[in-house]
Write a protein that binds this ligand. Sequence first.
Ligand SMILES: Cc1cc2nc3c(=O)[nH]c(=O)nc-3n(C[C@H](O)[C@H](O)[C@H](O)COP(=O)(O)OP(=O)(O)OC[C@H]3O[C@@H](n4cnc5c(N)ncnc54)[C@H](O)[C@@H]3O)c2cc1C
Length: 425
Amino acid sequence: MDPPETAYPVITSYWGDAQPDRATMLSGDEAADVAVVGGGLAGMSTAYYLKLTRPDLDVVLIEKEYLGYGASGRNFGNVPQLSHQEIGYMLGLLGAEDTRFVVQHQARMLDEYEALIAEQDVECGFQRLPVLYVAIKAEHLAGLEEIHQLHRRFGIPSRLLTPSHVADVCNAATFGGLSCERNATVQPFERARGFGRAVTSLGVRVHEGTGVDRCDEAATSVRLHTPGGTVTAAQVVFATNAYTSLLGIGNGAIRAAYTYVIGTTPLHREQLVEIGWSGDHTMLVDAGPLNEHFYMRVTRDGRFLIGGGGRTRETIGAIADHNDPAFYRRLQIEMVRRFACLEDAEVGVAWGGPLGMTDSRLPVMSRISPRCFLNAGFNGRGALIAALSGRIMVGHVLGAELADADYVRFGRLLFERDAAEAARP
Ligand SMILES: Cc1cc2nc3c(=O)[nH]c(=O)nc-3n(C[C@H](O)[C@H](O)[C@H](O)COP(=O)(O)OP(=O)(O)OC[C@H]3O[C@@H](n4cnc5c(N)ncnc54)[C@H](O)[C@@H]3O)c2cc1C
């Protein structure tokens, strides 16, 4: 039976929100060596690693709202590897040798992601925890077995679980699952805000509450126009995620999609016992087609969260209002379908956020015009990659010789696939 109709308490993000720091708003005209537009993980990482590599560089970071306002402060907190479910796709795309490199490099990235949190001294609840893909339909099991074989071939730690093993993790009715060990979880808003503090203390000039309306590129510089003034820079990086098309850049290579999450109020002890969540896994994700899957986790204060799906292939302008009751309702129904005991659970929180999608399902990190670069399109999986994307952007903006060779190779293999379309004049 479907759960009762309810009004959904929609907020920006369950994990936290802020106000733009008005004292930093741009007023007047400024110049910089490099301007980065967009204060999510991708923009902050770009500014951070540029400044770390060349401390003498004058770097300015421009954010329309506040650092961490977009997907980076609203996500599900899973820190994934691209190669979990996508390993077959990557093998087809790259061949065996480069796939092996990509897998190994992502293992290194997770270590570096953890080290970066320590270096930046950020309290964001980082924990290495596996993710569990579950077959809720019998036909999804063969796919998980195939992925597992590929994991064995490329040295990705994973285990196939029988339905009774899955039941040890939680009381969901499944046909089995695949537990992927190389995975982590964070509190995303704290991760993003801590990144922001690190960027500022490194000497990057941050302008919050400052939206870029348009840009003019000339022979020697690019001028960014905002309501309060202009920034003229020798080079500009756009890290504007799903909002990219609103600036008229990228030729539609970055499309917008919206995804949604609901969470219950903290569950009673009996409800927690009934869903039987062991806490040994960060989250459960449905196996099967990516555009149909839902993901779930239980928070430290005992709320059940479920997210996923959403509307895709629409322009951001058409979906700027992310308060979509029909989709929140769908999430509630999916929650009860999996855990009938949550039928009467109260929905205590609901939120949504924008995703930047691409044809290749991989981000674009590349030059798009003589003085402009794009770092966007994480296809709903940017927690790890966007946070370290600055290491790749250093190669683009400052030259490959100043960047780590493995990051340069990783970026070339994966993140220049939609670049030609994004750069089309
Ligand atoms: C609900 C939800 C759940 C998710 N779950 C996960 C997950 O569990 N794991 C995972 O890996 N990924 C997840 N993602 C995706 C992940 O959050 C993103 O891939 C990542 O945060 C993208 O970072 P970004 O910096 O590119 O974008 P954003 O964080 O969106 O940052 C872009 C910024 O640009 C600013 N901006 C835009 N236009 C302008 C302008 N004209 N002028 C100035 N500033 C501008 C925006 O205000 C925004 O702050 C999820 C996303 C959502 C929405």
